[in-house]
Write a protein that binds this ligand. Structure first.
Ligand code: CP
Ligand code: NVA
Length: 308
């Protein structure tokens, strides 16, 4: 099996075996010396286009490609000719002449698909309004690291049915983890994504369920996951959402009914005191900073597998 030259646009671009290959490569790269890491992608370049802010994605990709002996180019979309109307297609064709892969964070998921259609090099989705596949891979890598396996575990996602929830559902279905998504009514995940996740889940033997009852969702959960109530681009809805999502906060009350060994995950950045309390994010169950670290390891594995 080879991922060479492949794009990572949606979570379902990877089969279960391919997800396992990414995790195995992440383990291998972590186990290597710095010197050996540097020999993995010598002289390769990664263009990183950002239309939205980022801390983890930017730094983990940029540090990651450097650690593999390559070079990352941070490209703020606002400083590119994209801003003045150059098309995604022409941008893709041009960048393909200079670099070995392109990572993009943007609003419209279709832009990533269009970029990949016109690029001659692999394209990696660094978050769109619809999906965040690198995040979900790092999340399941973290669960595997902390809980020893993925099949049959219960992952409870509590909060907004957003891009992170979508990617978690698709990857949970692929790797055989059961997932319950608890959202207020009207904030459920996208219907098409739910349908796709359930189709994938029927092959892996896992279940993808939706509810509006956050306490029922977290009962005996092995993993409790949350994300911000207002994503990038929804800032003007933040106040309204705060009232609607109040009961969906990850806190000690929720942890009390989860599995005693449960871990707490959050993709970060967190709005402490809103979707998660300090006690949950800083407490003994929290794995959020290992999770953040794992973005680096998993993305190094992806870059190596698609660019080598
Ligand atoms: N989790 C995540 O993607 O973080 P950034 O927005 O900081 O990249
Ligand atoms: N759902 C969040 C994730 C940030 C990493 C957003 O899109 O803003």
């Amino acid at each position: 099996m080879s991922l060479q030259g492949r794009d990572l646009i949606a979570d379902y671009d990877l089969s279960r075996e391919e997800v396992e290959a990414v995790f195995a490569m992440a383990d291998e790269l972590r186990g290597e010396s710095r010197e050996d890491n540097l020999k993995r992608l010598p002289g390769r370049s990664l263009a990183m286009i950002f239309q939205k802010p980022s801390t983890r994605t930017r730094v983990s990709f940029e540090a990651g490609i450097s650690q593999l002996g390559g070079h990352g180019l941070f490209l703020s979309a606002g400083d590119m000719q994209l801003k003045r109307g150059e098309t995604i297609a022409d941008t893709a064709r041009t960048l393909s002449r200079y670099v070995d892969a392109i990572m993009i964070r943007t609003y419209d998921h279709q832009d990533v698909i269009d970029l990949a259609d016109c690029a001659d090099v692999p394209v990696i989705n660094g978050l769109t309004d619809l999906l965040h596949p690198c995040q979900a891979l790092a999340d399941f890598y973290t669960i595997r690291q902390k809980l020893d396996g993925l099949q049959g575990l219960k992952l409870a996602y509590v909060g907004d049915g957003n891009n992170v929830a979508h990617s978690l559902m698709l990857t949970a279905a692929t790797v055989g983890t059961n997932m319950v998504v608890a959202t207020p009514r009207g904030f459920e995940p996208d219907k098409g994504i739910v349908e796709t996740a359930r189709k994938i889940a029927s092959a892996s033997g896992s279940k993808i369920e939706l509810t509006d009852d956050p306490m029922a969702a977290v009962e005996m959960a092995n993993v409790i996951y949350t994300d911000v109530w207002a994503s990038m681009g929804q800032e003007e809805e933040a106040l309204l959402r705060r009232a609607i999502f109040r009961d969906y906060q990850v806190n000690d009350e929720k942890l009390d009914v989860a599995d005693p060994e449960a871990i707490v995950l959050h993709c970060l950045p967190a709005h402490r005191g809103e979707e998660i309390t300090d006690s949950a994010i800083d407490g003994a169950h929290s794995a959020v900073f290992d999770q953040a670290e794992n973005r680096l390891h998993v993305q190094k594995a992806i870059m190596y597998l698609v660019m080598s």
